[in-house]
Design a protein around this ligand. Sequence first.
Ligand code: CTP
Length: 411
Amino acid sequence: MASHSAVLGVGGGIAAYKAAELARQLMERGFAVNVVMTAAAQEFVRPLTFAALTGRKVVTEMFGNGGADEVLASSVEHIRVAEENQILVIAPATADLLARFAHGLANDFLTTLYLAFEGPVVLAPAMNSAMWNHPATQANLEILRQRGHHILPPDAGPLACGTTGPGRLPEPARIAEFALRVLTQRHDLDGETILITAGPTREPLDPVRFISNRSSGKMGYAIAEAAAQRGARAVLVSGPVQLEPPAGVELVRVQTAREMRDAVLKHLAESSIIVKTAAVADYHVANVPSQKVKKTAMRLSLELDPTPDILAEVGLEIERRASGQLLIGFAAETENVVAEARRKLQAKKCDMVVANDVSADGTGFESDENEVVLALRTGEVTPLARASKRVLADQILDQALKLRLALHKSR
Ligand code: CTP
């Protein structure tokens, strides 16, 4: 017996063939899957494929070919389908579908169903990179994001049109997992504001060059996504990264450590939990020249000044105000991981330090997985087994809530 029900709306793009596997993946996760195909989708895949996989009728048109009775029956079908399903998953969400959803057009079954549907909507766009990057598509995405829809951004890679870039439909298993999470999300962070920093900072050398580091921002973005899905207002202060902001997250873009500090201090008072995943540059160039530095045959030295330690400053501020806010730092280490985490916990007055060994293979900076150790203010050390950063994000938030209770800190 299926425990969830989904409408899988299939748009007309080459990735429509992957929607067949997505139907299967959703079913494996306990979904009864009702497929609705646009006319264009049927040019790529036959409805029979989905009917055979799901064992259910596939909706292919708004009005049947029959007489008035059939037209009458089908004209309320979209309301029935909307009411009987818990989640609407659109994959591939083509540029055309995004535009029609954004502007409320109702000129076929899927767009009409969309307007009638009151539950959560998951959109998995896929298209050519130029179409994805087009301001019209981005503006439509923004509208849909603001509407609270859950957008799973496309992967970058080789595309059917022969180019390479963002536009590929993510793996069906990932879309199914995402949809399941959206549906079963917890609301244990309702009413909280969680401030997260992510990514590297960029410290200019001159108007065209900068010093930075390899941080991808993935861990921080995963925590922001988890926090938002669990009901929190998530404010994500991010250095420059190649990631789409997760649905429902307030993104504050910064470049330098100084800008990151200012953004953090601006949002500090309203935040109940502060999570500092950012790999902040420890130094910036002392006097940044206003013109591009010219090449000469001479050795060049850089004079660097320390940047503000944002975490330490926030730690002091929370202690001074006795505000009860929970402070979580991160530590990227290549040796003595636990000892260093404990040292940073003390030095920066954190409640928890999440430490990882960035020299290990397949975890750390650019990877999708991580393996971390939590050093807690209570003296405990809790290792978290290797997992995706998104799974770890929930576990870190779980531990943060437990720790807050143990420390008798208030919201
Ligand atoms: N951090 C910060 N501001 C800085 C440097 C670091 O807020 N100028 C924060 C990071 O966001 C992270 C924590 O401090 O949460 C630890 O960062 P890490 O680079 O591991 O430690 P450092 O203090 O820079 O120490 P070291 O480089 O000597 O390991």
